[in-house]
Design a protein around this ligand. Structure first.
Ligand code: 5GP
Ligand code: MG
Length: 173
């Protein structure tokens, strides 16, 4: 089958990811020391990252998912954004940390931050595993800065496949 013959080039190994997620958790824990946070992961790509991150965060937290989808099927160009799960509406006065897999153009994060910001949270920050160079918004926390190339693995998919890879790879064109 054609879809099984993608060539993948490893970009970040499982060990590299694990080490960096630990450092990121330490950074986040320092900023929120003594505070309770409301984590808002953006489905679906962030699930593996957030599962690893929260187990290394010694903070009181509540987790509220939201879903915003910009890619349809096998397309690898950003399309129209649509909520697959609207953000929670009880974030007023809380310390909110939005978590996503990758910040590409920044449109997804901007949309979520706008939706949540209107609720007057006590603070609102973002944490992404991967941040594309040249994105129009900057995350408050990020794991790795990456260049061009469509990446998969560790939660990130290509047409619903490859989310279960324990490492991150670039799909060779
Ligand atoms: P943005 O709105 O910042 O352009 O894109 C963010 C979303 O697009 C991410 O949450 C992710 O779901 C998807 N995305 C962007 N770049 C990639 C990529 O290289 N690989 C995968 N699998 N998804 C991506
Ligand atoms: Mg996403």
């Amino acid at each position: 089958m054609a879809q099984r013959s993608q060539t993948l080039r490893t970009l970040l190994s499982a060990d590299q990811i694990s080490a960096r997620v630990g450092e990121l958790a330490d950074q986040v824990a320092d900023v929120y020391a003594g505070q309770e946070i409301a984590l808002v992961p953006i489905l679906l790509g962030s699930v593996i990252f957030v599962a690893d991150l929260i187990r290394r965060l010694p903070l009181d937290m509540a987790i509220h998912m939201c879903g915003l989808s910009s890619y349809r099927g096998r397309a690898t160009r950003p399309g129209e954004l649509s909520w697959t799960l609207p953000p929670p509406d009880d974030l007023a006065g809380r310390h909110v940390l939005v978590v996503d897999d990758i910040l590409d153009t920044g449109a997804t994060l901007e949309r979520v931050v706008r939706a949540i910001g209107g609720q007057q949270p006590a603070s609102l920050r973002s944490c992404v595993l991967l941040a594309r160079r040249g994105a129009r918004v900057e995350p408050d926390f990020f794991g790795f800065r990456i260049g061009d190339g469509f990446v998969v693995g560790y939660g990130l998919d290509y047409g619903d496949r490859f989310r279960n890879l324990p490492y991150i790879a670039v799909i060779e064109p």
